[in-house]
Design a protein around this ligand. Structure first.
Ligand code: SF4
Length: 273
């Protein structure tokens, strides 16, 4: 499964990274022109394909028997590791816009969202392979080789379809790994799940649905590699972040698909073959 399946404003990314400090290595983005920003924010309406869709628990959505988001305290962030994507009532994304729906709550919901009606999806045979795990004490970053457990507020991890695990010191190494998997992975199996630390909460969140502020000032953020994108589960947190930074704007918030090999060159170029 290719995890990079959304569109991004690549020209803006090129402009930003090209203007970064001397520690951000030179390079440029390839590919064709601009794409439209994907819709990743939950709304009160659902596309037709969700109206009577089936949730993870196999039950069908009844559009006439739904709770309002305000009644169930829906929020766009996880709570204690509980997310819509792990909830029995969740209807996974059907149209590639990064959000799904719920069989008991109105509107679209984000995979990293949460509400008080959360019910853990009963484990099936491979569910463990789709969840993050405790970082082994001796795990080395699959990209840079640093000891991952030394960076509990920054580390990230991935799992492949054959259950092979990979651990990373930071989000920058994680996105590089997924962009250039053939160099760093110990398996040919596709990456099936990837998690990064939310920049504010430091909790692990789904990397493929996170919103990334393309931080390029190595002196501003005291992270282990001095050059990392800042992930946020909620887009509004990413917006709040860039609003506080003079050299960034909302156009510098990108989705997972931005991190192809060309961008990996910008963040971890010295480690690429
Ligand atoms: S956590 Fe709430 S909104 Fe999310 S899928 Fe479960 S019931 Fe629906």
């Amino acid at each position: 499964m290719d995890l990079r399946n959304a569109t991004v404003n690549r020209r803006r990314l090129l402009t930003l990274l090209g203007a970064s400090s001397a520690t951000a290595v030179a390079g440029c983005l390839g590919g064709d022109g601009d794409g439209e920003e994907p819709t990743t924010t939950a709304s009160d309406a659902v596309p037709d394909q969700y109206r009577t869709a089936t949730g993870l628990n196999g039950e069908q959505r009844d559009p006439d028997a739904l709770s309002a988001k305000s009644d169930v305290n829906y929020q766009s962030e996880p709570k204690a590791g509980q997310t819509c994507s792990r909830c029995a009532f969740y209807v996974p994304d059907k149209n590639g816009d990064g959000v799904g729906a719920c069989t008991i709550v109105e509107g679209t919901v984000e995979p990293n969202g949460y509400c008080v009606s959360y019910l853990p999806h009963e484990a099936d045979d491979d569910s463990d392979a789709r969840s993050p795990v405790d970082v082994p004490e001796d795990a080395e970053c699959a990209v840079c080789g640093m000891t991952v457990a030394n960076f509990p507020e920054w580390n990230a991890q991935a799992v492949h379809e054959d259950d092979t695990r990979a651990f990373f010191c930071t989000a920058g190494c994680a996105v590089t790994y997924d962009a250039v998997t053939e160099q760093f992975a110990d398996t040919d199996a596709d990456v099936e799940g990837l998690w990064v630390r939310d920049f504010d909460s430091r909790e692990l969140v789904h990397g493929t649905s996170a919103h990334y502020a393309l931080e390029t000032d190595s002196d501003r953020v005291d992270d282990p590699m001095k050059l990392n994108p800042a992930p946020f589960a909620a887009r509004e947190d990413a917006v709040a972040y860039v609003e506080e930074v003079e050299h960034l704007s909302e156009e510098d918030i990108v989705e997972w698909s931005a991190f192809d090999r060309d961008v990996a060159e910008q963040y971890r170029g010295q480690l690429l073959e």
